[in-house]
Write a protein that binds this ligand. Sequence first.
Ligand code: AMP
Length: 383
Amino acid sequence: MTRGPAIPNALGPGATIGVLGGGQLGRMMAVAARQMGYRIIVLDPSPRCPTAQVSDGVVVGTLDDIDAARHLARQVDVITLDTEHVPADVLEALEAIAPVRPGAAVLRTIQDRLVQKQFLDRIGLPQARWAPVDDVHAALAKVGRPAILKVRRAGYDGKGQVRIDRDSEPEARLALLHGQPAVAEEVVGFSREISVILARGLDGQIEIYPIAENVHRRHILHTTRAPAPMPEARRKRAEAMAVAVAEALGHVGVIAVEMFELPDGRLLVNEIAPRTHNSGHYTYGACATSQFEQHLRAVCGIPLGAPRALTGAVMVNLIGDLWSKGPPAWHEILARPEARLHLYGKDAPAPGRKMGHVVLLDDDTDRALATAEALIATLAARS
Ligand code: AMP
């Protein structure tokens, strides 16, 4: 038997990966990890969280519980994240025990929208006009109206965001954020939203997935289509922007860079997620290497897999609202040969909560988008 050259710092099958946060992203990575013979231990407040259900072990604790996090760190070979909301101080403390990938410095830059925007300005990437909200009137004078105020920390899926229209009373709108520090952004008249998902390995290797085209409803991702139909030059520009972000951060793992595409073809960075991403769920089934396996490969220091698309795909999220009268009519999904159902094992459906998703594998992505809408309309009509 011939053995390949040893990869410095590589963790092979049998190694144990610690995941901070036990949501659906951790769960899907744990499934990929187990398939490849790795072990998974997760830190989460719930011993029945989506990731724990498919893991080898769980440490019960909140993400800011440093003792619980240290307890996890002592049992694993490498640590990674299911969410960017793990306090950077906790990550820094863990770095003394086991490698943390991505590292505390990456999270420090991303976690605070203000620092993230300063970072994007510093590396020269275009974004919506923005301003810190020390004085809301001064901020509006800078970004114009309509504007969006976003809390600097711990916002997601539109939580912690308020819009200020031309006739809004700024102080009243700001008060809705309960004194949390915020940034203001101009409202961008985008023609569509896209995301570039790529992985950066421990050795700097970069592999880029086909670009995703995203539609949000009520600030929550509704559908993703990939590959996004796009002129070649624009695709290359979007990819170069995402690569610039990953390299400037020194990121290790999967990273998603969400962008607004303007009617004139310009691209603005909206936000960065230093982890696997909802708009990359289509890669499981549609690409040679899923984003979850890819993240695992990156954090374990093994070579990245091919991101190549094997088929076109559309992903549609299954939101808790569809459960209002009990579980959705599964046969509507299961009867479609091109549909792959993913459920996250969450036992408390709530409006706006992501419960699962469906990936429609179809090279005709216009048709797949129409199917996704028809499917959701059918499920919603029964909920
Ligand atoms: P975010 O959490 O910042 O990604 O915002 C969630 C969604 O709100 C985005 O995907 C957009 O659909 C919308 N949104 C956020 N910021 C802006 C903006 N500056 N202009 C227009 N729409 C926005």
